[in-house]
Design a protein around this ligand. Sequence first.
Ligand code: PRT
Ligand code: ZN
Length: 284
Amino acid sequence: MKLRIAVQSKGRLNEDTMHLLAEAGIKVGTSKRTLLVSSKNFPMEVLFLRDDDIPQTVADGVADVGIVGLNELREKEADARIVKNLGFGGCRLSIALPKEQPYSGVADLAGRKIATSYPVILRNYLEQQGVQADIHVITGSVEISTGIGLADAIFDIVSSGSTLVSNNLREVETVLESEAVMIANNGLSPEKQAILDELLFRIGSVMSAADKKYVLMNAPRESLDAILAVLPGIKSPTVMPLAQEGWCSIHTVLDEACFWEIIGRLKAAGAEGILVLPIEKMIL
Ligand code: PRT
Ligand code: ZN
């Protein structure tokens, strides 16, 4: 019994997806030209597809699970469930207008021609807003459509926003925040669900370690209380005596996000010889 996972064969999500599987200890042969590759050490096979085809493939049960942008899942309205947000491939789907075009709200879009590769999401949004506009579907280079007179506005993926800027466009409405998600077929057998549970457990361990650091430091015993007070919310750091009388070593785990601030305060409280190590996996 194998769990079949559909992933993007090439493109923006491929590298992060394969990296995540590798970190989860799943070895997949690198023979990129093959559509279907079995893992050598995990009951899984990887089906390489265009991202557009992943939602339907999972909904149909041709693949059991898949990794795809939320934007593609919503656009295809496929009958599959999201089992995990994966934290990479972040972007948003937004409406943008030529920079000089005045805009006071979504009602201004009434009767306008909007170019997009995401007609379903756009149509749902406009309907919900009670606005009637003319949706013009194109599959590539949406961002140039206003410049060449093809449309009055565009609806497209934005990440850094630099593509909009270089095409003289201004983002006026964010319709969907997206990231890569793991989706699953709704009728998985108990055996396949068990493999998926193991996969999700491993991915969870990789993801919770990703933004954490293991921190070791030395400090005089009399500074210990002050140092522990700087480490709020962290479950009982390990404190060990050092060979040198009156000194101890403190080990703990810190969030990357608050790392620099806390390190400064630890130094001020008397910590010395601070070592910061990456954490590979964290089993919760
Ligand atoms: O061949 P296949 O069909 O599999 O791939 P694709 O060409 O359809 O998709 P691909 O590989 O470009 O993107 C896959 C997924 O990555 C998308 O569905 C999103 O979920 C996600 N993603 C994240 C992005 C971006 N960031 C992104 N920036 N997809 C596209 N872009 C484009 C965007 O359209 C813009 O034109 O990149 C351009 C640059 O964006 P800025 O704002 O950073 O300038
Ligand atoms: Zn695609």
